[in-house]
Design a protein around this ligand. Sequence first.
Ligand code: HEC
Length: 130
Amino acid sequence: MNKRLLKKFFLKSFLILICFSSWGNLLLEARAAEVALPNFKDPTLITKGKQLYLANCIACHNKDPNKKGSIGPELVGIPFEVFKTKVTRGEYPAGYVAKRKTKVMKKFPHLEKDVPSLFAYISSLSTQKN
Ligand code: HEC
């Protein structure tokens, strides 16, 4: 291989390397954004969640989510994924042992974007230490 060809070869591999590494970074960033959880301590989220909780949930769950409601169980200390799946799809993620085996609660698919605020409000009232 002559010198010019060698130079061209290195330049090309260098450019390809840069392309791949930046793509890799973009993909990683996209994935991080997907799994990143909202800040559940955000006061705006908590206030919004309070309105939604009082409007949609306390017919069955307790006003104080640490306690059992008239129909539904207490709601503190539930992992976000479980909370989200139950509220929006009426199901539990595989492996989660639900507090009740019944299927009384309807699902709330229209509240999908509000699940973080509901969760933030309930967590803000939790008396559990964690
Ligand atoms: C019609 C009464 C009713 C309403 C309204 C209701 N729930 Fe429920 N919820 C229940 C009952 C009963 C259960 C127990 C499982 C079942 O039977 O579906 C439950 C279970 C749950 C669970 C799972 C608890 C666990 O760990 O097993 C979550 C989370 C939950 N409710 C959140 C909510 C939220 C948030 C709202 C308001 C958007 C809401 N529920 C509205 C009755 C209700």
